[in-house]
Design a binder for this molecule. Structure first.
Ligand code: SAH
Ligand code: SF4
Ligand code: F3S
Length: 467
């Protein structure tokens, strides 16, 4: 049974921290915070919770890591690269903390669920003040209070399975769109993947809590929600109430004010025809399906424990396109899984060419300690992995460009998210099919879904003008 933890238990600590906040900096000004997030959207959503709690306790945003009084790294361990970056940052902050002894450094997220990482932090990174596991987010007020009163490193990493904290305050990064986590954890144990070990067993939030959150978001001006889970197709399996993801989509479509619903990720093994039919019937559900392929060879798929075949995968894609001809399909692909031969890799290229993905996130296989594939002796040499990766990129980049160029001349509904981060003179937004569009637009259309004529296209984004 999933236990529900309400955030109210932290109220006393929030008060205690608020009372001590003025004594953190020598000049007694309110301390500032900076959060750096690695990894997936789930982590971004959780960073918004850390932000919400910090602001509730009186912290204010810092413009960069160097000037912040409280720095938090929300980490990812799905590939080695992301881990190395975090250790790099921690090393660099050592000197800074010597100059600014009141500074606090916190590390949170998936890496902290790996026992060897916590050991390394205890032994080599003694300047770290707080460590949070993936199921300890809501404990920030309590742990911060302990850190302020006891001057020691506070580590809280649970391996307790199956509870869901509700009511954690959150500060959204975007005004008109929001992440909405509907389930946590994963039970699939794909043989290359560390997520089930660091995120625990799959558990779904109650439909009531999800619908309530959607209503509150809508009241706050949110137009677009993205439902998050490692495998949204198995939503509801852990609930007493008999329900599933398709039903959730129908219910969320009823929420007034929410105009667009996105979701990720769908696992091909559990995708149902009823989900595709629901997507085609529900106007608010965006016509975009992120369907990770991982590999095209049946033998590799089997060894990855993905539990579908190349043919079954291609059939899902055909059915989705038959029901929704303009649907965008994106994917995740791994090259260089142990034992992958040239023939296996060609099977992956074959699916990529036939499916013509709108976009693919491509990864080089990274050995993850504790997973089944890590123990294999037939690891692929680096040069071979790199070569396959480059070849895959070349094929997919050409397809992405071709797919995007098909949009030129079309009129697309785009949610105007406001000025682009990189160029303040243009607005940015996404089509229903999740393509990024940059365009000029009157200021009063920010936050609205407007019609944009697509005038140009590159492999990563589209250009347009409002009509
Ligand atoms: N739950 C999602 C994936 C989450 S991880 C799903 O099953 O689709 C995001 C992506 O990282 C995966 O789809 C996979 O392509 C990639 N990935 C996971 N483990 C990896 C590893 N050990 N090496 C390289 N890429 C990996
Ligand atoms: Fe990892 Fe597979 Fe779970 Fe996705 S479904 S998180 S790839 S184990
Ligand atoms: Fe990374 Fe954790 Fe997400 S390992 S991909 S941040 S679930």
């Amino acid at each position: 049974m999933t236990e529900r933890i309400d955030f109210e238990t932290q109220a006393r600590y929030i008060q205690e921290v608020r009372e001590r906040i003025g004594s953190i900096r020598p000049d007694r000004k309110p301390p500032t915070y900076y959060i750096r997030t690695f990894g997936c959207q789930m982590n971004e959503n959780e960073s918004e919770k850390y932000t919400g709690m910090l602001e509730m306790m009186g912290f204010t945003p810092a413009s960069d890591m160097e000037t912040a009084d409280f720095v938090l790294f929300n980490t990812c361990c799905v590939r080695e690269n992301a881990e190395l970056k975090v250790f790099g940052h921690l090393g660099a902050l050592k000197g800074l903390k010597r100059e600014k002894p009141w500074m606090m450094i916190a590390v949170a997220g998936c890496m902290m669920q790996e026992p060897h990482v916590v050991e390394e932090i205890k032994n080599k990174y003694k300047h770290v003040d707080l460590v949070f596991g993936t199921r300890n987010i809501h404990e920030l007020p309590k742990n911060l209070y302990e850190r302020l009163t006891e001057e020691k490193c506070v580590i809280s990493v649970y391996d307790t399975e199956g509870y869901i904290p509700e009511g954690v305050p959150l500060k959204r990064e975007h005004k008109y769109k929001a992440w909405l986590s509907i389930m946590y954890g994963c039970n699939n144990f794909c043989s290359y993947c560390i997520v089930p070990y660091v995120r625990g067993r799959e558990r779904s939030r109650a439909p009531f809590d999800i619908l309530e959150e959607a209503r509150i978001l809508a009241e706050d001006g949110v137009k677009e929600i993205t439902l998050l889970g490692q495998n949204v197709n198995s939503y509801g399996k852990t609930l007493e109430e008999k329900t599933d993801f398709t039903e959730l989509l129908y219910r969320l479509s009823e929420v007034k004010g929410i105009e667009r619903i996105r979701f990720m990720t769908s696992h091909p093994k559990d995708i149902s025809d009823s989900l595709i039919i629901a997507m085609s019937e529900l106007d608010k559900v965006c016509k975009h399906l992120h369907l990770p392929l991982q590999a095209g060879s049946d033998r590799i798929l089997k060894e990855m424990n993905r539990r579908y075949t190349k043919q079954r995968y291609m059939d899902i894609v055909s059915f989705a396109r038959e029901k929704m001809p303009r649907i965008a399909i994106t994917t995740d692909i791994i090259v260089g899984f142990p034992g992958e031969t040239e023939e296996d890799f060609l099977e992956t290229l074959d699916v990529v060419r036939k499916t013509e993905y709108d976009m693919a996130y491509t990864f080089i296989y990274s050995v993850r300690k504790g997973t089944k594939a890590a123990e294999r002796e037939d690891q692929i040499p680096k040069e071979v992995k790199n070569n396959r990766f480059q070849r895959l990129l070349e094929v997919q980049d050409a397809i992405s460009l071709k797919k995007n160029r098909e949009y030129i001349g079309r009129i697309e509904a785009v949610l105007n998210e406001g000025p682009s981060k990189t160029d303040k003179t243009v607005c940015t937004g996404r089509t229903d099919t999740n393509k990024i569009v940059n365009f000029m637009a009157p200021e009063d259309t920010v936050g609205e879904i407007i019609n944009v004529r697509i005038t140009d296209a590159g492999a990563w984004s589209l250009e347009g003008e409002t009509v």
